[in-house]
Design a protein around this ligand. Structure first.
Ligand code: ATP
Ligand code: ZN
Length: 202
């Protein structure tokens, strides 16, 4: 019989989902030792390697079948529009993608966004929302520090992730509406492999 490669699961290396993702894997009975800053951690009691990656890269690794599974925010899966299957919602990493405006802004409703500039790290999800709502607005794609964009006059509004609303408040921004609710999800590649089915029974 041909020896098979271990399954691979990609998890966030360093961020909000890192610890809960590892906890989730441990809750399945998997044992592993995270030693230092290695990219790959082999499980001691299962034929599975854990890959530690930037969360934004996880859908790409899974859609290209380099990893069999991944744990990532549904928000990232949606934004990357990758060809992966969501296996289950994991009940952690809850957050919302909201449109927010500066306190006192004349923008008070979705329709007021017509012709305005909105900064975001989620340009695809936001573009979908604007399409559905027939709004023409300028999406300003940036990679971080979205909440300071209005005060620097880069944008009139923002579209960003929030959990408690604390960061928005600190930056004198008020949420106008939620465009997506999200939580961490287990994703899998589209190929079938009987080892994957075994893993899903854990
Ligand atoms: P990386 O360096 O891996 O790219 P990141 O800075 O993009 O990390 P984190 O801030 O660690 O990512 O967030 C990871 C995920 O946690 C988000 O994609 C989202 O699904 C979830 N999340 C939960 N609450 C929040 C929040 N308040 N702000 C941002 N993300 C949140
Ligand atoms: Zn990221």
């Amino acid at each position: 019989m041909k020896p098979t490669n271990p399954l691979r699961i990609a998890v966030q290396s360093n961020g909000r989902l890192s610890e809960p993702s590892r906890e989730y894997l441990r809750s399945l009975g998997l044992q592993f030792n995270l030693n230092g800053r290695t990219l790959i951690t082999p499980c001691e009691n299962y034929k599975l390697d854990i890959l530690h990656l930037r969360d934004d890269d996880i859908p790409e690794y899974v859609s290209r079948e380099v990893a069999d599974f991944g744990i990532v925010g549904e928000n990232v899966v949606r934004e990357k529009e990758s060809r992966v299957r969501i296996v289950k919602r994991l009940g952690f990493g809850f957050c919302k993608l909201v449109i927010a405006v500066p306190e006192g802004s004349p923008i008070q409703s979705v329709n007021d966004l017509e012709g305005e500039r909105i900064a975001t790290t989620y340009p695809h999800v936001l573009a979908g929302f604007f399409r559905e709502n027939r709004i023409n607005a300028a999406i300003i794609p940036i990679e971080g520090s979205v909440e300071i964009a209005p005060s620097l006059n880069l944008a009139d509004a923002i579209c960003d992730l929030t959990q408690t609303g604390k960061t928005l408040k600190e930056n004198h921004l008020v949420p106008l509406m939620t465009i997506m609710e999200s939580e961490a999800v287990l994703i899998e590649s589209m190929i079938s492999r009987h080892e994957k089915l075994e893993f899903l029974k854990l």
